[in-house]
Design a protein around this ligand. Structure first.
Ligand SMILES: Nc1nc2c(ncn2[C@@H]2O[C@H](COP(=O)(O)OP(=O)(O)OP(=O)(O)O)[C@@H](O)[C@H]2O)c(=O)[nH]1
Length: 485
């Protein structure tokens, strides 16, 4: 048996078709009453299932025309509607000669049950009780107009409610968008997004203010790589490739360049945003200004390397640098010499003038030694009143000359004190040069220390050279006293 479906919604027609075909019915469908009538006049149909609200010709009119047509009036007619759901709607529909009135939603099983029932009754010769054509035309039109107008009023009401709800949703959305924009722009960190080439797509106010650019100068114009220092560029490019390949990067540190050329150290986290096909769309990055942290870190590192009283390298850092220099001199076959310095009778300075005055002496010694050596030399305070100087690419003779010059400078220097004459002091110096059989820096230090001991033993205020038998004493190292170990 063939069933005609009249419904303006394609998805409804499709669902009916699938369902009814599954139960062995043939199905034809029309999008409105006029189309339905054309089909009914060309084809033999056993049942009409019609929506009510349709354009061109609605379901009420379709039913009335069918029931007035001799060839169509016996075809059973079922209304199915989601819009005309009141009792009056049903009464009016049934008054037109319909067999059934179904309100949506309805379960498939129930719908099929009704279809089977209506078909069975029709086969048994049953016809609807009150065909519409028996009603007066005027009363039909009045009722029809009432049904349509009440439906239109309801529709207008529904639309007004919907419009009000949409306006409210739009307002909320605008408010939310403003809030998100505000949070994005005023965040305490930088936010930016880059396209696949690294060009800015978006950037927040915070990061713009750090960098000193306007949004117009960056977005769509500049590549992020243009804002990276030369030293950080390689690391950044590797990080960007990793990001595109793996989808995210965490805690990457590098230096950015502000518009005024100054450096901005940053820490960055980034993740990739993909399109529906899974292809790279853009990356979003969060950037933190780590200037203060870097400065603090550098300060802590400096403090860890530095003797707090004199400001020169402490023993640990001196030994670290000395190991590096030893490696270099061995690699390039250069000579390497060491001076060990110790203040003579320093205990007496403390005892006679106080610890603070002793500190001033240590500070002055460090200052003079610092000025006396080259940039490549390594100066350190390795004990209370003991200092060491490592002299790269320096043989014994040159080292002894440096030591003697320093000894003389100290001999003529003095520390003024508030009461009494200024403090004069002297130093003893041991000199050693790295030998092939020296195992390391400790051996070199030991030899310099032995020479220093010798200088102390032989009268102080003098320079002594380790293994002087193999290294002749320089002529200059004589004034305050010089000796061979
Ligand atoms: N003011 C001051 N004194 C220090 C400091 N570190 C060590 N000293 C002192 O340095 C002195 C070293 O004395 P000694 O080892 O007896 O040697 P010395 O008196 O210099 O005698 P010689 O080395 O034999 O000439 C001690 O009195 C220490 O207290 C410091 O940071 N400040």
């Amino acid at each position: 048996m063939k069933i005609l479906i009249a419904d303006d919604k394609a998805e409804n027609r499709y669902l009916f078709e699938v369902l009814l075909k599954a139960y062995g019915y043939e199905v034809v469908s029309a999008a409105n009453g006029v189309e339905a009538l054309e089909m009914l006049r060309q084809d033999r149909v056993g049942l009409i299932i019609s929506d009510i609200m349709m354009p061109v010709m609605d379901g009420f009119k379709l039913c009335r025309v069918c029931k007035q047509d001799e060839r169509l009036k016996d075809i059973p007619f079922i209304f199915i509607t989601a819009a005309y759901t009141s009792e009056k709607d049903e009464q009016f529909a049934m008054s037109l000669g319909a067999d059934r009135f179904i309100r949506r939603p309805i379960e498939s099983d129930d719908l099929i049950g009704i279809v089977k029932d209506v078909v069975a009754k029709q086969r048994a010769g049953h016809t609807p009780s009150l065909p519409a054509q028996e009603k007066e035309e005027a009363s039909y039109l009045a009722e029809y107009a009432e049904r349509v107008v009440s439906k239109l009023e309801q529709k207008v009401n529904d639309l007004e409610v919907e419009i009000a709800a949409r306006k409210q949703a739009e307002q909320q959305l605008n408010q939310y968008t403003e809030e998100v924009e505000d949070l994005y722009n005023r965040a305490p960190c930088g936010y930016h997004s880059l396209d696949k080439d690294g060009v800015f797509v978006r950037i927040n106010d915070t990061e713009l203010s750090w960098l000193g650019y306007t949004r117009e100068e960056l977005v769509g114009k500049m590549n992020f790589a243009d804002l990276i220092t030369r030293d950080s560029l390689k690391a950044f490019q590797e990080c960007f490739s990793h990001l595109k390949e793996h989808g995210s990067v965490l805690d990457i540190e590098f230096d950015m360049l502000r518009k005024d050329g100054t450096v901005l150290p940053v820490l960055m986290n980034a993740s990739v945003v993909k399109d529906d096909n899974g292809d790279y769309l853009m990356c979003r990055a969060t950037v933190y200004d780590i200037t203060e942290r870097k400065a603090l870190q550098q300060e802590l590192e400096r403090q860890a390397r530095t003797d707090s009283l004199t400001g020169i390298s402490n023993r640990r850092y001196f030994m670290q640098r000395a190991e590096q220099e030893l490696g270099r001199s061995r690699r390039f076959g250069h000579t390497l010499s060491m001076l060990m310095l110790d203040i003579d009778f320093f205990k007496a300075v403390n005892d006679n003038h106080g610890h603070a005055a002793g500190d001033m002496v240590l500070i002055l010694l460090a200052k003079i030694a610092c000025n006396a050596v080259r940039d490549v030399d390594v100066l350190g305070r390795i004990g209370g009143e003991e200092f060491a100087i490592l002299l790269p690419e320096t043989d014994t003779q040159m080292a002894a000359q440096v030591a003697e010059r320093l000894r003389q400078e100290i001999e003529t220097a003095s520390v003024p004190i508030e009461q009494g004459p200024a403090i004069h002091f002297t130093i003893s110096i041991g000199v050693a040069t790295l030998r092939d059989d020296d195992a390391g820096i400790d051996a070199l230090l030991k030899h310099a220390d032995q020479a220093l001991y010798e200088a102390k033993q032989t009268g102080r205020n003098r320079v002594c050279i380790a293994n002087a038998g193999t290294h002749p004493m320089p002529a200059q190292a004589t004034e305050g006293g010089a000796c061979d170990e």
